[in-house]
Design a binder for this molecule. Structure first.
Ligand code: HEM
Length: 179
């Protein structure tokens, strides 16, 4: 997993909880001597262990934690990759174009980066379907990112996001509608 994602996870835990919670999580995950940086690609096992331990500590499910973290990630991701965003885009346009802009650039940056494949079908101006495909089974993060994008584009009260298949699989269909 991209080091930036892990650095943002650290900041998320530090701000939502506190620094000692982060140290505890790292220790419980067997990562006490690791310092994440944005240039390194870390084994996926690191994020699985951190989220698994966080689920035990908070009583929330991994899916719920992914959603919250996904929402939190958006402003930073948008800031880092802003040159790939067209000024007229809103939430649905951003989702429709992620595969060929942001995620394409992420794949280019490092051969080991592997963001999920997002097959997006735009059904109309106000509706689309995302087919999420990733062996990481982190579709909760995708749902959170959609919510975060809606807030970012000032459309939070108009965007409905709903997984229509089991949410913990390698392939998950997510329906997004603007009312
Ligand atoms: C807004 C612009 C976006 C940027 C800059 C971005 C960037 C990234 C980056 C850097 C990663 C880490 C990849 C890796 O470690 O290999 C990632 C992973 C991920 N992205 Fe995006 N992303 C964006 C939008 C989206 C959208 C719209 C969705 C879905 C609706 C999405 C879903 C995911 C998920 C679920 C992961 C976790 C890894 C996985 O499930 O395999 N992203 N993204």
């Amino acid at each position: 997993m991209h080091g930036t994602v892990l650095m943002l996870l650290k900041r998320y835990v530090q701000t939502q909880y506190d620094h000692s919670t982060w140290l505890k999580l790292m220790e419980l995950s067997g990562l006490e001597n690791v310092e994440f940086d944005h240039k390194t690609v870390y084994p996926d096992e690191n994020i699985y262990a951190l989220v698994g331990q966080a689920a035990e500590m908070t009583g929330l499910s991994a899916g719920e934690l992914h959603e919250k973290f996904g929402e939190y990630l958006v402003p930073d991701l948008m800031f880092m990759y802003q040159k790939y965003v067209q000024p007229e885009w809103k939430t649905l346009d951003m989702i429709e174009h992620t595969e060929l802009t942001m995620h394409k650039q992420v794949r280019r940056e490092h051969p080991e980066n592997s963001p999920p494949v997002l097959n997006v079908k735009r059904l109309g101006e106000n509706e689309l379907i995302i087919d999420y495909v990733s062996p990481r089974r982190m579709s909760g993060l995708a749902v959170g990112i959609v919510r975060g994008l809606a807030t970012y584009f000032d459309e939070a009260d108009r965007i409905d996001v709903m997984p229509t298949t089991s949410h913990d699989g390698e392939r998950v269909r997510i329906h997004v509608r603007r009312t």
